[in-house]
Design a protein around this ligand. Structure first.
Ligand SMILES: Cc1cc2nc3c(=O)[nH]c(=O)nc-3n(C[C@H](O)[C@H](O)[C@H](O)COP(=O)(O)OP(=O)(O)OC[C@H]3O[C@@H](n4cnc5c(N)ncnc54)[C@H](O)[C@@H]3O)c2cc1C
Length: 447
C-alpha cells in the first residue's frame, strides 16, 4: 500500500517538501497532500513593497497548485491535529466544511504569526505585516489617513493622523519604514495643501540599535540612511501600551498616532501550541532532531518558522541557543532535506541531519538603497546592495510570469507615482485606530 504523506502549510517550507517528494517518490509509493488556508504561497520578502504600492498584490503570490504536479491540494484551516489517531482535520475557509485526512507521515510547516509579547493594545490597535491581506490593509489605511488629514484643520488631530509608526527595528521593520517613506514622497503631492514635512515617520526599537542580529555595519548604515530620509528613530525604548490614540513607551513618552505597524517579531503558529507528546520551545515552536523529525512522535516532522532545528551535533549546545533562524532562505533549504528523510524512512534507510551555512542576509531600505552581509563578514551597503537584493529576490520569486509582472511593476514605478486609489475590498483585522468618519451632511441616520 502506498504511504499517505500529509504536509500542513503551503508556504516556502511546505511547498519545498512536496516538490522534492514528487521528484523522489514513484507515484505508487506515496500519495502526497498539501493542506493550507490559502491556495497560494506568499513571497514575503516583497511584502513591504506591496504595502507601499510599488508591487501589485497579486504579483507576489503563486498558486500552490501551479507549483506542484501530482500532489493533492486541500484548501482548509487546520482545526485539529490528532497525533495518536494519526489524522488531521481542515475546515474550508468559506463553507466551514470539514475534511479529515489520515497520514503515515506528517509534516508540520505552518509558519509563524506576529508576536505581541502580551503588550496591551497590540492586537486591537496595530497593523501587522505578515500576510497579503495585512499589506493591502496597511496601504489602504495609509491612504485613508491622508484622505482624512487633508480635510482636518491643522492641529493635534491632524498631526496624529499624519504620524505613522513602525515598531521593530529588525529587517522587516526597517524595510517597511524605508518603503513607506518612498510611498509618502510619491503620494503626498496629491494631497495639497499637505506637504511632506507634515508627515512623521517614526521607527521604534526597544534595543539600542537597528538590525541588532546582523553585522554592526548594516545597522549603522541603515540608521544613517533612514535618518537622512527623515525617519525619526526611537532606540532603546520599547512600547508599553497602545490604544486608539497612540502609543506609550516604557519611558512614559506618549506618541499620538493613527497608524502603527507591528513588526517586533514572530512566534510559531498557535495551532501547534498544545500538541501533546512533543517537545515545545519557550515560544511554542516544535523542537526537532537535526533530521527535523519530531522527538517522541515517529512519522511526524516539523520545518520552517514553526520548527526549532538545532544547528550543532551536540543537543546540549542546541539547548543553549544554536538553532537555525526562521527565514525563507532556511525554510527553502530545509524542505528537500526533510523530503529526503521521509523517503529514507519509507525505504528503511537512515536519515540525514540538516546542515546549511547561510548565504548571507539582505535588506532593501527603499530609495534604491540596501544592506547585505555575506559569509566571512563582508558587508555591502548602498545602491549595489539594493540592486543585489532586487536581482536575487526576483530570481527566487516562484513562476516566470510573476517575475515578469514584478519587473514591469518596478519599471512603471520609475515613470509614474504610486496609486492612491483606496480599495475597500479588504476585511480588516482588529479595531480601527482611525476615528469613525462623520456622516455626510443630509445623510439619513444609520439604521
Ligand atoms: C514582511 C516579511 C518579510 C520577510 N523577508 C524575508 C527575507 O527577505 N528573507 C528571508 O529569508 N525571510 C524573510 N521573511 C521570513 C519568511 O517569510 C519566513 O521565514 C518563511 O515564510 C517561513 O516559511 P514557512 O513555510 O515556515 O512559513 P510560511 O511561509 O509562513 O508558510 C506557512 C503556511 O501555512 C499556512 N497556515 C498557517 N496556519 C495555518 C492553519 N491554521 N491552517 C492552514 N494553513 C495554515 C499559511 O497560510 C502559509 O501558507 C520575511 C517575513 C515577513 C513577514
Amino acid at each position: 500500500m502506498s504511504a499517505r504523506i500529509v504536509i500542513l502549510g503551503g508556504g516556502f517550507a511546505g511547498v519545498a517538501v512536496a516538490q522534492r517528494l514528487e521528484k523522489k517518490l514513484r507515484p505508487d509509493e506515496a500519495q502526497i497532500a498539501v493542506v493550507s488556508r490559502e491556495n497560494f504561497t506568499l513571497f514575503t520578502p516583497m511584502l513591504p513593497e506591496v504595502s507601499s504600492g510599488s508591487i501589485e498584490t497579486r504579483h507576489v503570490v503563486t498558486p500552490v497548485r501551479a507549483q506542484l504536479r501530482r500532489s493533492t491540494f486541500v484548501l482548509g484551516e487546520i482545526t485539529r491535529i490528532d497525533l495518536d489517531a494519526r489524522e488531521i482535520e481542515a475546515r474550508h475557509p468559506i463553507t466551514g466544511d470539514a475534511t479529515t485526512l489520515g497520514y503515515d507521515q506528517l509534516v508540520l510547516g505552518l509558519g509563524s504569526v506576529n508576536a505581541t509579547f502580551g503588550i496591551p493594545g497590540v492586537m486591537e490597535h496595530t497593523l501587522p505585516l505578515k500576510t497579503i491581506e495585512d499589506a493591502e490593509t496597511l496601504r489602504n489605511r495609509i491612504i485613508a489617513a491622508l484622505e482624512q488629514a487633508v480635510v482636518t484643520e491643522p492641529g493635534a488631530e491632524r498631526d496624529r493622523l499624519l504620524t505613522f509608526v513602525v515598531v521593530g527595528g529588525g529587517y522587516t521593520g526597517c524595510e517597511a519604514a524605508g518603503e513607506l517613506v518612498d510611498l509618502f514622497r510619491s503620494v503626498v503631492p496629491f494631497y495639497h495643501p499637505l506637504v511632506l514635512a507634515d508627515v512623521r515617520m517614526i521607527l521604534i526599537e526597544a534595543g539600542k540599535m537597528l538590525l541588532a542580529d546582523l553585522p554592526p555595519r548594516m545597522g549603522q548604515y541603515t540608521t544613517g540612511n533612514l535618518q537622512r530620509r527623515h525617519v525619526e528613530l526611537v532606540l532603546g525604548d520599547g512600547v508599553k501600551q497602545i490604544d486608539a490614540d497612540g502609543l506609550t513607551l516604557a519611558s512614559g513618552t506618549a506618541i499620538p498616532c493613527a497608524t502603527a505597524i507591528w513588526s517586533a517579531g514572530v512566534r510559531p503558529s498557535p495551532v501547534l501550541k498544545d500538541l501533546p507528546g512533543v517537545v515545545h520551545a519557550r515560544n511554542g515552536g516544535i523542537v526537532v532532531r537535526r533530521d527535523m523529525s519530531v522527538i517522541g512522535r515517529p512519522g511526524v516532522w516539523a520545518i520552517g518558522d514553526c520548527a526549532w532545528i538545532p544547528n550543532v551535533a551536540d543537543a546540549d549546545q542546541a539547548d543553549r541557543g544554536a538553532w537555525y533562524p526562521a527565514t525563507a532562505q532556511h525554510a527553502i533549504r530545509e524542505g528537500p532535506v526533510l523530503a529526503d528523510n521521509i523517503v529514507a524512512t519509507l525505504r528503511g534507510r537512515p536519515t540525514k541531519p540538516f546542515v546549511y551555512t547561510s548565504l548571507g542576509t539582505m535588506a532593501s531600505l527603499g530609495g534604491r538603497r540596501g544592506v547585505a552581509a555575506f559569509p566571512g563578514g563582508f558587508v555591502l551597503t548602498g545602491f549595489l546592495a539594493w540592486f543585489l537584493w532586487r536581482t536575487y529576490y526576483l530570481a527566487r520569486l516562484p513562476g516566470l510570469d510573476r517575475r515578469l509582472r514584478v519587473t514591469v511593476d518596478w519599471t512603471l514605478g520609475l515613470l509614474f507615482p504610486r496609486d492612491i486609489a483606496e480599495m475597500r475590498l479588504y476585511t480588516e483585522r482588529g479595531g480601527s485606530p482611525l476615528p469613525e468618519m462623520p456622516a455626510p451632511v443630509g445623510a439619513p441616520p444609520p439604521p
